[in-house]
Design a protein around this ligand. Sequence first.
Ligand SMILES: [Cu+2]
Length: 113
Amino acid sequence: MDRKRGNPNHDRGPAFVRRSRSLTAADMPAPGSAAVQIDNFVFGPQAITVPTGTTVTWTNRDDIPHTVVSTDGVFKSKVQDTDEKFSFKFDKRGTYAYYCSIHPKMTGKVVVQ
Ligand SMILES: [Cu+2]
């Protein structure tokens, strides 16, 4: 008895439609990156330690312009208005002190290991 299977090969199309999720990456630093917020005339965290190759991004959360300027001239941002960002990739070990050239009492430090 040869029983043929009724195997209708109906193309039903995609069983489900993949949802494209849009990640809210804003507050989620990717691997190899670190974030410093500028808020109320303070770099926060004031000192961070990161591995070599890390890109640090400063975001000005103040409603006052600030800059991010390396004491040793390694990097220098433009004047950052509110919510503007400045990024720098640290490829060499060392301690990188920086300050805001508009408000020199604002200082911070990136330690690259
Ligand atoms: Cu400032």
